[in-house]
Design a protein around this ligand. Sequence first.
Ligand SMILES: [Ca+2]
Ligand SMILES: [Ca+2]
Length: 432
Amino acid sequence: MVGARDVDVTRKITSADINGTRQREVGEITPVRAQHSATQDKDEEMYGAGNAIDLDPTTRSSTVPDSDGTTWLKVTLDKVHCVDKVIWYLKDASLYHLWTCTDNDCGNCVGDKCGLFNLTVSTEGRVSDLSPVPECGYGDTVKLEKDGSMIYVNELVVIGKEEADCTTHDSTWSNVVTVPALPVVHGTTLTLNCPGGYTNLGGNTATCLYGQVVPTNQPPDCSLAIREKVAGEVTPVNAQQSATYQKDEEQYGARRAIDLDLTTRSWIDPNSGGSSWLKVRLGKVLCVRRGIWYYKDGPPYLTWTCTHNDCNNCEGRQCDRYTLTVSTAEEASDLWPVSDCRYGDTAQLGKPNGGSFYVWDIAIICKETSCTTKDLTWSNVVTVPALPVEHGTTLTLNCPGGYTNLGGNTASCLYGQVVPTNQPPDCRGKHK
Ligand SMILES: [Ca+2]
Ligand SMILES: [Ca+2]
């Protein structure tokens, strides 16, 4: 693959280069300064380190060993960069050596005498030289070293990795959503979210660096599948099914479809009459807005949206094979006046043509409804404010005179259910 930064190893100097200054390369980083172990004849003007970065191929730095006997030339960059390549040009601007860096080293050298030289990229005075991306050396200092003898360098050119936009993230994060949405420019910080119903058990921030989305600490992990409840989702009282595969209730029973765990499934077999169904009990009559059937580690398999009459509006790949019916024991559902939900206390997923099927999980989502006195299961608890209250109201739970509340004392009205904040109230003991 040929990129914009591949170096033309046959390049020769032009008359313009000789007479004036050479042009900077694509991606070349402008250095701040150059230093070296010692200058030949202490002649800074003729042989100083600055001659290696002065854009003039005809001038050279001539470096001699220091008192330790080591010879080195160091180029300091304006900030920490991801160094892609380092090029050493001779007087006629022909390429003498070319180093290509990775996050480990710049050991990939092309040139006649690679073995004589050592080139390193480092972050001076910093903790870590670890590169956030694998294809470059991370640092603000480039150092060329040699044992003993002299080094003549006409031009040392440092090429940085392109600060490209990020267009996609790691394909192993199959369904991760980023904020802001991709593409973003180099340096942008991203929030990593899992899609609705999934919990991110990994890292939740990343940065766009050199065209790659790099996690701040660890990659996101949406694959473990304890679902977060969807807004409006009610907790079913129980579930039943037509028949269970191998009668194994522990592994394949109906409750596995309502345990919020996408690694467990109910495996529904037809009953003796040939019909296959999973029935979810809501515990009271609610107005069901939607039913979502989840598949393992994936987005919803089928989603039904309900109206006053039915839940026939289905989205997904196999809507023609399955049905969702919401009904009440009293058969009173048609009397309800609201049009955008279906009243009932039971949601039944069916496969009319028979046969087995799996449900990894199912969510029943209800329309917000108020809480009434008859919904209060704690016989003599007094609420403030008094029932009925709207969805979302916080309630204080008091025991009647003479009783002490040994349980929880707050609750909320959620989707027609009075739900204790922590634990249910417990009115006990009679005191004068
Ligand atoms: Ca020069
Ligand atoms: Ca499950």
